[in-house]
Design a protein around this ligand. Structure first.
Ligand code: ARG
Length: 468
């Protein structure tokens, strides 16, 4: 491979190796090798179609690029920091392969639109993978929710027992969050599915190129309509990082609950051995490492978002070398998100619920206090007054260690003659959950309606994505 710089014409001195090493991105952007070759193939085919290059030259270049593509698949391509980045490495390898005609490939193109094209292609390939993983997670969530419509647990606010809810309803809350995540990533695809190719360095080109043709060959739905924007826009990456950050925040909250709820104190959940680890010193330990790790990985994803936002905030139009810093955080985020979703889904699928323990947590507490206040309000007592009456009963109950359902009817009658035997029915935790028929509430009928909607949404995703 030649060691002369492709841009070396106007230089009389060569830089020191450590300077070259510092400027090189080949260490990480070789991940874009396949996209770079694909982008070049589309570009050169466009040069042929428009008559900018001779058919014979183009055929030679295409054959050379296809050979490199095969070598890449076999892991036979070797890259070097002398050639700085993936774009110049591929061009140098092509030159080794087919000689000086390779130099015609860069007609009407710059590395600035080239790197943007590669990155768009890369994200366009990765986003559907994220959607598929989210769909897998949602499928498990909905399955688990259907199995647990009538599993009663305390609902919390401020981590204090608030009102009893269904565990299925709790799971479906996460379904809604992940569904919004999917919608965000789907929208992200729209801003990714645009071709910057042909914007050249920053100003377009005098060659009679056909940008729509190369975009079509690459499977892009649209082209950038401003060449400055095309080469300097990284919104599609920022959107990905910010969508990924919100997704990781959701996973992290869920993990936090899994960690707490599998503790000795809660014992609501039990992680399978496959997704737990032991301790090197304490033989009894079964640690929720995977949940903790996913919770922890949210930090690096937020970091990657902050990193790129900071890179972008001060750079003037159009391309600046700062933009080379756009890649590692994005690659790392793709990997982190895909792995986190995969592990989380497996962990959730094998998680067992201790229904008795969950239900028991609602039997001796005061999470049915609202039921009593509502009962009194239904009998015509203003809700504020009912609230105060029940508050006093709770205070007394706490002193006597006696829950509301253990108060004898005679005592209730003293408080109000309007209270009858049926109060005990209303105070039952399961009844309290079952009766919450308000739209989107934890009532069993509402959960079943939401399960139906969720199943239809999952099936729709499936049918749309098996067609393509
Ligand atoms: N390696 C560069 C990057 O990742 C490619 C574009 C370089 N263009 C330039 N004019 N220096 O951003």
């Amino acid at each position: 491979m030649s060691t002369k710089k492709l841009w070396g014409g106007r230089f009389t001195e060569t830089g020191a190796k450590y300077v070259d090493d510092f400027g090189a991105s080949i260490g990480f952007d070789q991940l874009l090798a396949a996209e770079d070759i694909t982008g070049s193939l589309a570009h050169v085919k466009m040069l042929k179609k428009t008559g900018i290059l001779d058919a014979a030259d183009v055929d030679q270049i295409v054959a050379g690029l296809e050979k490199l593509e095969q070598q890449l698949q076999k892991g036979e391509l070797e890259f070097s920091t002398v050639n700085e980045d993936i774009h110049m490495n591929i061009e140098a390898l092509l030159t080794d392969e087919i000689g000086p005609v390779a130099g015609k490939l860069h007609t009407a193109r710059s590395r600035n639109d080239q790197v943007a094209t590669d990155f768009h292609l890369y994200m366009k390939h990765q986003l559907p993978k994220v959607l598929d993983r989210l769909h897998d997670l949602e499928t498990v969530l909905v399955e688990k929710a259907s199995e647990n419509v009538e599993t009663i647990m305390p609902g919390y606010t401020h981590l204090q027992h608030a009102q009893p809810i269904s565990y299925g309803h709790y799971l479906l809350a996460y379904y809604q969050m992940f569904k919004r995540d999917m919608e965000r990533f789907e929208f992200n695809i729209q801003h990714t599915d645009i071709s910057p190719l042909g914007a050249a360095a920053l100003a377009g080109t005098t060659f009679p190129i056909d940008r729509e043709y190369s975009a079509k060959l690459l499977g892009f739905s649209d082209v950038y309509h401003n060449s400055l924007d095309a080469v300097s826009d990284r919104d599609f990456v920022l959107e990905f990082l910010s969508n990924a950050s919100i997704l990781m925040m959701h996973l992290s909250r869920f993990c936090e609950e899994i960690v707490s709820w599998s503790s000795y104190e809660f014992k609501y959940l039990s992680l399978s051995d496959q997704f737990s680890t032991g301790s090197s010193i304490m033989p009894q330990k079964k640690n929720p490492d995977m949940a903790e790790l996913i919770r922890g990985k949210s930090g690096r994803v937020y970091g990657n978002l902050m990193g790129l936002l900071t890179v972008m905030k001060g750079i003037p139009l159009a391309y600046n070398k700062d933009l080379q810093e756009d890649k590692e955080g994005a690659f790392d985020t793709v990997n982190t998100v895909l792995m986190s979703l995969h592990v989380f889904t497996g962990m959730l699928a094998t998680l067992t619920v201790n229904e008795d323990r969950m239900a028991h947590a609602t039997t001796n507490d005061f999470s049915n206090a609202t039921e009593l206040a509502d009962y009194l309000a239904n009998k015509g007592i203003p809700f504020r007054q009912a609230h105060a009456i029940v508050g006093k009963l709770v205070l007394d109950g706490l002193k006597k260690n006696r829950p509301l359902q253990a108060i004898p009817l005679a005592e209730y009658k003293e408080i109000s003659p309007l209270i009858d035997e049926d109060v005990y029915h209303d105070l039952d935790a399961k009844v309290a959950v079952e009766r919450r028929h308000s739209l989107g509430g934890t009532g069993f009928d509402q959960i079943k309606l939401e399960l139906k909607r969720a199943n239809a949404q999952l099936a729709q995703y499936q049918s749309l994505n098996s067609e393509s």
